[in-house]
Design a protein around this ligand. Structure first.
Ligand code: EPZ
Length: 421
């Protein structure tokens, strides 16, 4: 198993290029199931999750090539030759459940394993299945698999989501492009990844209006054609690296970053006395040399503060002047990084969905364990500011969502290396 070793050695300075969004790419790739023609995704991140999705699509009949050079060349799906998304793939990556909508729309039949729980929560799929049933699918749970089928194809429906689920919005959006008639998604998720998916589907011939708002309307069409589409910038990678100069001191320019991807997060950084400036190339983040201020954070659906940046923000607030309260409202168990940060001398009290963080003068390096994707990178951020050496184990979590993480951090002067233990 690999570990990452960080030695806190003062301010960081330089530039970091931001990659294409993992969570956009993981919903764009299943869209290839909707068409016989090739879908080419450029600016795709080089991540293990992308490889896993390519394996899954290949098992269903889509030829996927060109993963290496940041381009996913999905050669289209002439025929879906297998309609089962197996547990051993889905349990590794929940996003595998995004083949359900496209497979139902294209062939009227799908068997998809429930993802099972993961570190951060139970992550059920009731919002997905309720909506697809309103579109005419019959779905039953057998042996941990959702067995879904439609007689005569999906029909458009007026769907109101009980919660603005990102994945459910994506599954319904893809399914509705080939359904008969009009589908309206009310209380739809508004994340930039949804907007990116809608723009790609429109290039493929879909008729969609309203993406990025809470009401999306889709007119079903008979077929979709191929397209080429650039994956949107990864706002979670962006926010993660913005915290490097914030926690360690210094000034870093995030190439390709845009403030409108992370408005609420940027506002919180400025409230903590970190400067964020838009430049011609991206976002410039500067620690003004004074200690960051404590701020209260509540995670919310877009455009609120992203849950995927909560662990990273907690690392910063462990070093702040004063006491901060972080409220996690999206997932029921997303504070596993707290005990690991406490091992580094942080002062954190967790009670249910609330974490109270009292800033300390100095974090101390320690051996810590990555528990999930975003928690793993919050350990690295804490290590940048800590005195001494921090060793983060189980870094396979990192490889799922952060491309070239050691190179990007060392590129701004961090003392960091990956070792095989
Ligand atoms: C997406 O997950 C992201 N993953 C997550 O990022 C992100 O944290 C999440 O959206 C929220 O923004 C991908 O895009 C691949 P949800 P998703 O459906 O679609 C509950 C990362 O680190 N829920 O919006 O699974 C669910 O349990 C990952 O990159 C139901 O109850 O998120 C959760 O508590 C982590 N029933 C909440 O809604 C359902 O049918 C949000 O889930 C669906 C969801």
């Amino acid at each position: 198993m690999d570990s990452i070793v960080i030695k806190g050695n003062g301010p960081v300075n330089g530039q970091i290029p931001i990659a294409g969004a993992k969570n956009a790419c993981l919903t764009l790739m299943p869209a290839t199931l909707l068409s016989e023609e090739p879908l080419t995704l450029t600016n795709a991140p080089r991540l293990s999750d992308i490889k896993t999705m390519a394996e899954l699509l290949a098992s269903l009949g889509t030829e996927v090539a060109g993963l290496q050079d940041g381009t996913v060349q999905a050669l289209g799906t002439k025929e879906i030759t297998n309609h089962v998304a197996h547990y051993d793939i889905v349990r590794k990556m929940r996003a595998s459940n995004l083949v359900l909508g496209p497979m139902l729309a294209r062939m009227g039949h799908a068997v998809v394993s429930l993802p099972g729980g993961c570190a951060i929560g139970a992550r059920p799929m009731d919002i997905h299945t309720d909506a697809l049933e309103q579109m005419g699918a019959t779905i039953e749970l057998k042996d941990g698999y959702l067995h879904a089928k439609t007689n005569g194809g999906l029909k458009g429906a007026m769907i109101k989501l009980r919660f603005a689920s990102v994945g459910a919005t994506e599954n319904i959006l893809m399914a509705a492009t080939l359904a008969k008639g009009t589908t309206v998604i009310d209380n739809a998720a508004k994340e930039p990844e949804i907007v990116d998916l809608a723009e790609c589907l429109r290039k493929m011939g879909a008729q969609i209006e309203g993406e990025g708002t809470s009401r999306i309307e889709i007119q079903g069409v008979d077929r979709l054609h191929g397209a080429t589409h650039p994956v949107v910038t990864d706002r979670i990678e962006l926010g993660t690296y913005m915290l490097a100069p914030a926690i360690a001191g210094g000034e870093v320019e995030l190439l390709g970053g845009r403030r409108n991807l992370l408005e609420a997060f940027c506002d919180k950084l400025e409230e903590a006395d970190i400067s964020v400036t838009e430049t011609a190339k991206g976002l410039l983040v500067k620690n003004k040399g004074s200690r960051v201020k404590a701020v209260n954070v509540k995670t919310e659906i877009f455009p609120g503060f992203p849950t995927d940046l909560q662990a990273q923000m907690m690392a910063l607030l462990c070093t702040a002047e004063g006491t901060s309260v972080l409220e996690e409202t999206i997932f029921e168990n997303r504070f596993m990084h707290a005990p690991e940060l406490t091992r580094m001398g942080a002062n954190i009290e967790v009670s249910g969905g609330m974490a109270t963080v009292t800033g300390v003068d100095q974090l101390k390096g320690a051996p810590v364990m990555a528990t999930d994707l975003r928690a793993s990178v919050s350990m690295i951020l804490a290590g940048l500011a800590a005195e001494g050496e921090t060793v983060v184990s189980r870094v396979y979590h990192l490889d799922r969502g952060y491309e070239k993480v050691v190179r990007k951090f060392s590129g701004i002067g961090a003392q960091i290396e990956r070792i095989t233990t």
